[in-house]
Design a protein around this ligand. Structure first.
Ligand code: SAH
Length: 265
């Protein structure tokens, strides 16, 4: 794989590294997952502060380098896993499977949102500190009516309380990336099970985000205009709103109404 595919922009500013880690409020008994350790600037600061640190890094050379470092320093609370995080199964790791944990990552930007989507439904993490492109960070926390508000913003809101903490300049990295970065904090709400229908509806709506919600809903599972109109009115919404005008609660209401119609079990 090419280097840029792996989004290898390493943080070189130690002050920023400490600032990021402070946000996780680490304690001696914590278990931490780090995604994409790179040359280990965050890893080496986290390690002495916590009980267990599990690192998932796709680049074999970087993993070997990091493992060697910890071996040499007789450090044994770090587990370096050479694996693609997108294929990583939380259940195969005893610590992550059975304990609460925190997540810290300077995300590989090319798959930042995919990684976030993967961790959102996982139940036993409680706080996640991520660095990612500023653009993406603001999309995650965008509110209804905002141009950036979309599927991922609603997912984030459903599963977490998320806040943008601070920005990081491109010159804090090596090589220097083209974009400004932001650090965000996600607190897991441990939301209860949600009907997959809810996510399907939002995805369907935002696939045609310029259309009216009447049009969007009519084409969902062939509901048709009549039933769509009825549902939208029962949710006290205007037929001609657009997907990005609806709140998460509006989408929850629509999901319930469709379910109530009984056609789609
Ligand atoms: N945490 C380091 C590196 C950030 S760069 C720092 O702050 O400097 C992103 C890192 O993610 C790189 O080391 C890259 O090799 C790794 N990476 C990219 N894709 C990955 C994937 N699918 N799974 C795990 N790690 C990945």
């Amino acid at each position: 794989m090419k280097k840029n595919k792996l989004s290898q922009n390493f943080l070189i500013d130690k002050n920023v590294a400490h600032k990021i880690i402070r946000e996780a409020k680490l304690e001696k008994q914590d278990n931490v997952l780090e995604i994409g350790s790179g040359i280990g600037i965050l890893t080496k600061i986290i390690q002495p502060l916590v009980k267990h640190l599990i690192v998932v890094e796709i680049d074999k050379k970087l993993c070997e380098r990091l493992s060697k470092y910890f071996l040499l320093h007789n450090i044994n609370n770090v587990e370096v896993i050479n694996y693609d995080f997108m294929k990583f199964n939380f259940k195969v790791n005893n610590i992550l499977k059975n304990n609460a944990f925190k997540i810290i990552s300077n995300l590989p930007y090319s798959i930042g949102t995919a990684i976030i989507r993967k961790i959102l439904p996982i139940e036993n993490w409680n706080i996640a500190i991520f660095m990612l492109q500023k653009e993406v960070a603001y999309k995650l926390v965008a509110e209804p009516g905002n141009e950036k508000y979309g599927y991922i913003s609603i997912l984030i809101l459903y599963y977490t309380n998320t806040k943008v903490l601070f920005n990081v300049k491109p010159t804090c990295f090596q090589p220097i990336p083209k974009v400004t970065s932001s650090v965000i904090r996600l607190m897991n709400k441990h939301s209860k099970y949600m009907d997959p229908f809810f996510f399907e509806i939002i995805k369907h709506f935002f696939n045609t985000r310029r259309k009216t919600i009447l049009n969007c809903l009519s084409t969902f599972k062939n509901l048709g205009k009549i039933r769509a109109t009825k549902i939208i009115k029962e949710c006290y919404l205007n037929l001609f709103l657009r997907p990005n005008n609806l709140t998460m609660q509006d989408y929850i209401n629509i999901t319930k109404k469709i379910k109530f119609m009984g056609k789609f079990k």
